[in-house]
Design a protein around this ligand. Structure first.
Ligand code: TYD
Length: 220
């Protein structure tokens, strides 16, 4: 299949709610593709660049906004702008050079996360989607977006087992809203190449399903 960006590499994105397994499956997919002789570069958003670093401080509630006598997390709209800025850095510094080199780039999250998370946390809900889309208008389209379908309950149980402190968006109500949005990811990404993979089975089974999807959809 030809890619719309016209570069020799291929750009694959893995997406899902927190605890859906996108980080694990980014690693496993890269391992499998490398075993088959492909050059692969993996990456994630938020990135480990300067804007991504700032975002992680906000997600961990280490960085807050002063608001009168108190402090509060950044507004959803500020988050949308930060994630979009981090994404453009990500494209320039890593994704585009790798695609120019003919590598397969696998990104753990991309602009579907912004469309889902920032609209799920905006008071206006879906009405903010066109603005988030506009902010990301310069974000090149991936060749394939794989959405891991996992219910909010299963994802919460996995996060509980993983331990660590709860990040900004890791609340039951937000995750339930996100799970519904991800089930209809195509509506958030009109014209994109989106495939769903059931993500609640054994890791090895899900990994094999993802590898099959990449082979079937991209011929690699
Ligand atoms: P996550 O993949 O959970 O990173 P980590 O495993 O290192 O904590 O991503 C961080 C959070 O950021 C996650 O809750 C989703 C959220 N996010 C957005 O809200 N918008 C975005 O555009 C992106 C890329 C992530």
């Amino acid at each position: 299949m030809n890619s719309s960006h016209g570069l020799p590499g291929r750009f694959i994105v893995l997406e899902g709610i927190d605890g859906s397994g996108s980080t694990t499956h980014t690693k496993l997919l890269s391992k499998s593709l490398r075993k088959d002789g492909h050059e692969v570069r993996t990456s994630c958003e938020p990135t480990d660049g300067p804007v991504g670093f700032l975002i992680r401080q906000v997600l961990q509630r280490r960085l807050m906004v002063a608001d009168g006598d108190t402090v509060r997390p950044f507004a959803w709209s500020t988050m949308a702008l930060l994630f979009a800025a981090d994404r453009l850095d990500h494209l320039d510094s890593l994704i585009l050079p790798a695609l120019q080199d003919g590598a397969i780039v696998i990104s753990d999250r991309y602009d579907l996360s912004s469309l889902a998370y920032q609209s799920a946390t905006a008071p206006g809900g879906a009405e903010v989607v066109p603005w988030i889309r506009e902010l990301n208008a310069r974000a090149m389209r991936p060749d394939l977006t794989i959405v891991l379908d996992v219910t909010a309950e299963v994802a919460e149980e996995r996060r509980g087992r993983r331990g660590g402190s709860e990040e900004l968006f890791e609340k039951r109500e937000i995750q339930a809203r996100l799970a519904r949005l991800y089930l209809e990811a195509e509506a958030l990404l009109p014209g994109d190449h989106v495939v769903h993979v059931p993500g609640e089975g054994a890791v090895d089974d899900t990994s094999a399903l993802i590898r099959d999807v990449v082979h079937r959809e991209l011929g690699i």
